[in-house]
Write a protein that binds this ligand. Structure first.
Ligand SMILES: Nc1ncnc2c1ncn2[C@@H]1O[C@H](COP(=O)(O)OP(=O)(O)OP(=O)(O)O)[C@@H](O)[C@H]1O
Ligand SMILES: [Mg+2]
Length: 254
């Protein structure tokens, strides 16, 4: 029988990381199939950002492997890491836009840095991504301070996908947004996945958002994954820590 499971874009095995005497990740195994959206849920300080930094080779593990699109990052030198990083887009916790550049130039920035595209080609790509994020032409000449928080996040997203990455990592993309803006950003994450086939890893402690967008949820606590799988499975988890965390949200909303 043909194997129809998409191959893993991200494959993490036995990942361990300590800072000084503090062990932050104590043996992470996680596989994210190509084109899937994996949400990493967990409380503050559980190791979510540290895990994400390993995926892009910003941190080296003490033990274990991080295989991206078939290549292990752990033994790689700077040059190879740089090449693999081009497969990634990053959306940071704060939108991290350049305050003094207008929206057009913010989104164009990676293209100017990494390609020799003529202006016409840059304009085409910038506009395609702004369109995909539901941002009107009228924002192009505004500076970030003129936009709402939700719009700024969508600009950050447009910039993250302007190089057509295979993988996008989102660190808390909806923190600090009201529920309507949160829904909108969630929609955009799904649009990027659907239209561009992007593999997404989203760090969140927003449970409703997580269940809206995830194909797969990994629940992290104190450096271990307590539960992992499709949202329904995580929802039904018998692990008391996972249940307690979910109750804080589902308990209020059911
Ligand atoms: N470079 C570092 N040096 C020392 N300790 C670190 C470093 N980076 C992270 N830590 C520690 O690792 C633990 C996990 O941090 P991490 O940033 O991954 O948490 P998190 O799950 O992303 O939390 P939050 O939801 O608050 O962003 C914390 O105790 C943090 O202090
Ligand atoms: Mg974090």
């Amino acid at each position: 029988m043909a194997d129809t499971t998409p191959r893993a874009m991200i494959e993490i095995a036995g990942l361990q990381k300590s800072f000084g005497a503090t062990q932050v990740l104590t043996g992470i195994n996680l596989s994210v199939p190509s084109g899937h959206t994996c949400v990493i849920l967990g409380g503050s300080g559980s190791g979510k950002t540290v895990l994400m930094k390993h995926m892009i080779g910003l941190l080296k593990p003490d033990a274990g492997g991080v295989v991206i699109d078939g290549e292990d990052l752990v033994p790689m030198g700077a040059e190879d890491l740089e090449r693999v990083r081009r497969k990634f887009g990053m959306v940071f916790q704060a939108a991290a836009l350049f305050d003094s550049l207008d929206i057009y130039e913010n989104v164009a920035f990676p293209l100017r840095e990494h390609t020799k595209l003529p202006e016409e080609g840059i304009r085409k790509r910038v506009r395609a991504k702004l369109d995909l994020m539901g941002l009107p032409r009228s924002v192009e000449n505004k500076v970030p301070a003129d936009l709402s928080g939700g719009m700024r996040k969508r600009v950050g997203l447009a910039r993250a996908i302007v190089m057509d990455p295979k993988i996008v990592l989102y660190d808390e993309p909806t923190t600090g947004l009201d529920p309507i803006s949160t829904d909108y950003v969630d929609e955009m994450i799904l649009a990027a996945q659907r239209e561009l086939g992007i593999t997404s890893v989203v760090i969140s402690h927003d449970i409703s958002s997580a269940f809206n967008i995830a194909d797969q949820i990994a629940f992290l606590s104190k450096g271990v994954i307590l539960e992992e799988g499709p949202p329904e499975r995580v929802r039904e988890s018998r692990n008391p820590v996972v249940q307690h965390f979910l109750q804080t949200w589902f308990g209020k909303n059911e």
